[in-house]
Ligand binder design. Structure first.
Ligand SMILES: [Cu+2]
Length: 123
């Protein structure tokens, strides 16, 4: 009877160590996989914010998309093995917004609501 209890305790101890080891492992993996980038996206108002952030909603590999209308800074966390920064900027351009490297098509920009037609950067 005593022996059984000892074995049981040993087994529980082993499981705990194992679970702990796995936990550590998956945490560091998640940290390694995701990167955060900050870049400029031109826009005006709260509606722009919804459109810009909405362009990355439900996009695979993107875990955070936050645009600050005071500073025009876009913060994106993503997994670069799933989606490239270029593709993220293209998705933002596709809904009408210029970034530091990607330019929206004129017709998409022109179809934005008047209040959202921000001053475009040159070229
Ligand atoms: Cu707007």
């Amino acid at each position: 009877m005593q022996k059984k209890i000892v074995i049981l305790l040993l087994a529980i101890g082993f499981l705990n160590i194992n679970a702990f080891g796995q936990d550590q492992n998956s945490t560091s993996q998640t940290e390694d996989e995701f990167v955060t980038e900050i870049f400029t996206v031109y826009g005006n108002c709260g509606m722009c914010e919804r459109t810009i952030e909405g362009s990355l909603k439900d996009v695979e590999g993107v875990t955070l998309a936050d645009w600050d209308r005071e500073t025009d800074k876009m913060k994106v966390s993503f997994n670069p093995s799933v989606i490239a920064l270029e593709d993220i900027k293209q998705k933002i351009a596709d809904v009408g917004y210029d970034s530091d490297t990607h330019r929206a098509k004129d017709e998409v920009y022109n179809s934005l609501p008047g209040c959202c037609q921000y001053d475009r950067p040159e070229n």
